[in-house]
Design a protein around this ligand. Structure first.
Ligand SMILES: Nc1nc2c(ncn2[C@@H]2O[C@H](COP(=O)(O)OP(=O)(O)OP(=O)(O)O)[C@@H](O)[C@H]2O)c(=O)[nH]1
Ligand SMILES: [Mg+2]
Length: 467
């Protein structure tokens, strides 16, 4: 393997700051000789470096002066079953900036060791063939995951689900190319027409697979950009109050004068990692006011555009003709019906609505009080559940979450489309091979089968030092 790294690297693998433990990680051929020189066990016991995955107690001692630096535990892990596939030693020292820094200094003073670059341990895991590029990228996603959902997606990719999917597509492409080549090289012996037909079928099926994968990129987009919810209802039902309560700040003007909100107000909240864009709208009613009329028009457009609708009713007042109109407008939209002002004496209840609108499901109706901030948790939970079950299928094995992957997948698909075109136009089969090869290479770049150094640098430079 031409790319196998030769030198030994070291870095602090834990965040700099006060904590229970800090870890100095060393990887490469010099890892064990270095430990042998700077680490002392009680009673001059020696470490048996032929035994792997062992933990030893002792002290780090500066060889030159004999100064004891820290009391530590050292783990010894023999290649190839390690993070980097190389010999790895990890010094567990006391958490705290000075101890870890000094231990690292001790290591770096030794011959043949240098400070690791950002992401270099993981880059080695890739260069040494333990993981592919998508798994390397997942390591970074795992570290930066701030929600359980992004963690689950990262873990999935880390396990190699995307790699395996891409590898299986590439295998099929390879098989296809071999078949076509046989048809091109030995046209007398092979049934070229049959090969062509089969090739077309397989290409169509591969395009379908690429499309399915690309669809998951849309879901990845939802995770990044979120989904939108239009808050609609007649005037004075408490739409702006709800927006403010969800935002936990008085963003929109609230008054008891009907027709307070006249323009669209958009703000985003974080629903356990999924951004939810809330759109407060002008209350719908018959009005002669020109500005309000435009506002109401905008409400109707916002309602159409939104991924989901939050429709408010004022349960302290009887249902009006306007309420019914708006209910009709939400037909065909995923709608959460909120009966607001539950802190006041009710004019109707959830049961009234269920009886009157038998098509409505119980879980689509919630009673809340925007002003008293009651029922908001249930509201958020319901929306979250909808997003998870209807917009995102997180149980799915393979997900595209990165622009780099999407780009290469699109290239692969374009090559397949081109191959399909060649066959359909009845052009020579060897032209198909060129397209298929392009597709094969695009997918190869995704998993890092082939790569350019600057792409690697770009990916791993995002990491922290020590990972
Ligand atoms: N008691 C009670 N009053 C509420 C509640 N929610 C809103 N209100 C009051 O209802 C009035 C109208 O509230 P807004 O939030 O401005 O209503 P809106 O739907 O945005 O009204 P428009 O912008 O005019 O369409 C205000 O006086 C609020 O204080 C609630 O849960 N309980
Ligand atoms: Mg309002």
């Amino acid at each position: 393997m031409p790319n196998m790294p030769e030198d030994t690297i070291a870095a602090i693998a834990t965040p700099l700051g006060e904590g229970g433990i800090a870890i100095v990680r060393i990887s490469g051929k010099e890892a064990f000789p270095v430990i042998d020189r700077i680490f002392q066990r009680p009673q001059q016991q020696k470490i048996d470096f032929t035994k792997t995955h062992r933990l030893y107690y002792g002290h780090i001692v500066l060889p030159k002066t004999g100064e004891t630096i820290d009391e530590v535990m050292v783990s010894v892990m023999l290649a190839p079953k390690t993070y980097t596939v190389e010999d790895v030693a990890e010094i567990n020292c006391h958490g705290g900036i000075a101890a870890a820094q000094k231990v690292l200094e001790c290591v770096l003073l030794e011959e043949g060791v240098r400070l690791a670059e950002a992401g270099e341990f993981t880059k080695r895991a890739f260069l040494n063939g333990r993981i592919d590029l998508t798994q390397g990228e997942a390591v970074m996603d795992m570290i930066s995951a701030k929600t359980d959902l992004s963690r689950a997606l990262a873990m999935n990719q880390l396990k190699g689900s995307l790699k395996e999917k891409i590898q299986s597509l590439r295998k099929r492409l390879l098989f296809l190319m071999a078949n076509i080549e046989a048809g091109v090289d030995f046209p007398e012996e092979m049934d070229v027409q049959k090969i062509t037909l089969e090739a077309k079928e397989e290409i169509l099926s591969l395009i379908e697979e690429a499309d399915d994968l690309l669809k998951t990129a849309e879901e990845g987009k939802i995770l990044r950009e979120g989904i939108s919810a239009a808050i609609v209802g007649r005037t004075n039902v408490g739409k702006s109050s709800l927006l403010n309560a969800l935002l936990k700040e008085p963003r929109a003007i609230v008054t008891n004068i009907p027709g307070t909100t006249r323009d669209i107000i958009e703000e985003t909240i974080n629903l356990d990692g999924i951004p939810l864009r809330l759109v407060d709208t002008a209350g719908v009613r018959d009005t002669e006011d020109v500005v309000e009329k435009i506002g109401i028009q905008k409400t109707k457009e916002a309602l159409k555009k939104a991924d989901i609708v939050i429709l408010l009713l004022d349960k302290s007042e009887d249902l009006t003709k306007e309420d019914e109109e708006i209910l009709a407008l939400t037909e065909g939209k995923r709608t959460l019906l909120l009966l607001n002002k539950k802190d006041l004496t009710p004019s109707f209840t959830k049961e009234t609505i269920l009886k009157r609108y038998p098509a409505k499901k119980e879980e689509e109706i919630l009673e809340i009080s925007a002003v008293k901030e009651e029922g908001l948790t249930g509201l958020k939970e319901t929306i979250k559940k909808w997003i998870l079950t209807e917009h995102l299928d997180v149980r799915q094995d393979v997900f595209i979450t990165k622009a780099r992957h999407k780009e290469l997948l699109l290239q692969g698909k374009a090559a397949l489309e081109s191959a399909k075109g060649v066959i359909e136009e009845g052009l020579p089969l060897d032209l198909v091979s060129i397209d298929l090869k392009n597709g094969y290479e695009a997918l190869g770049k995704m998993i890092g089968e082939t790569y350019e150094d600057d792409v690697l640098d770009l990916i791993f430079s995002e990491f922290c030092i020590g990972k």
